[in-house]
Ligand binder design. Structure first.
Ligand code: MN
Length: 241
């Protein structure tokens, strides 16, 4: 795992994204492995799924985001490793830069491999793991659909599938639509764009149209407000005589 490809694509005097420390081997007494999903309104809306492993964040771009339904397999394009510091990045990448647009920490927490040899599983392209996030939990799989040559050779070239295993965290809820707020700051994409000099209109196209959001002041004060969505109420029926 190395950050060369990550750094090659970015100009750190322009983008607020972290350059990342030199990758270091994980300490035996280190805290649990980080997990994060960043919602990213770039040229296309997608969700960046990241798992800490050996000093970097293994990363996949998931166009439709995760599904809690075990029958639904979500395409996940393998992308370059990101620095660990990226896990807390929420803000605006300037237009014209790589990935230009608004980034939200959509979910965050920790994860645990379910396989004794995770490196072998990575090389094979068949991962099983448990997520402990604010929105996602339970057992999941990431499976490479085709392509050989191991984990490194697969970056940028291979499609994987993100799949929820059947357990008590599985459901039919459309979680990407139902929980559109930042897990870190409670903001919508449009809020993040507005507060960081980004393109608010473009960012807003990644937010659900029917969200009733907390007032700006409330969103700033509360670190983790309960996401609240109001479905369009049916028009009241007027009785005709
Ligand atoms: Mn992205």
């Amino acid at each position: 795992m190395a950050l060369n490809e990550y750094r090659k694509k970015r100009r750190f005097n322009v983008t607020p994204e972290p350059a990342g420390e030199t990758s270091v081997a994980r300490q035996a007494n280190a805290p649990a492995l980080k997990y994060v999903i960043q919602k990213h309104r770039a040229s296309h809306l997608h969700y960046d799924f990241r798992l800490e492993w050996k000093g970097v964040l293994l990363s996949w771009a998931v166009p439709k985001g995760p599904s809690l339904d075990p029958a639904v397999k979500r395409l996940a394009m393998h992308v370059e490793d990101h620095p660990l510091e990226y896990a807390s990045f929420e803000g605006v990448i300037p237009e014209g830069e790589y990935g230009g647009g608004t980034v939200m920490v959509w979910d965050e927490g920790t994860w645990e491999p379910e396989q004794p040899d995770f490196d072998a599983a990575l090389a094979k392209g068949d991962l099983k793991f448990t997520l402990r996030g604010k929105k996602l939990g339970g057992s999941w799989a990431l499976v490479r659909t085709h392509g050989y040559g191991g984990y490194r050779a697969s970056v940028g070239k291979s499609s994987w599938l993100l799949i929820k295993h059947r357990d008590e965290f599985a459901s039919q809820e459309d979680i990407a639509a139902a929980q559109p707020f930042s897990a870190a700051t409670g903001r919508l994409l449009a809020d993040i764009a507005r507060e960081n000099g980004g393109n608010v209109q473009k960012a807003a196209t990644g937010d659900p149209a029917d969200v009733v959001r907390p007032t700006a002041a409330k969103a700033k004060r509360a670190p983790r407000p309960k996401p609240e969505i109001r479905r369009k109420a049916a028009a009241p029926r007027t009785r005709r005589r």
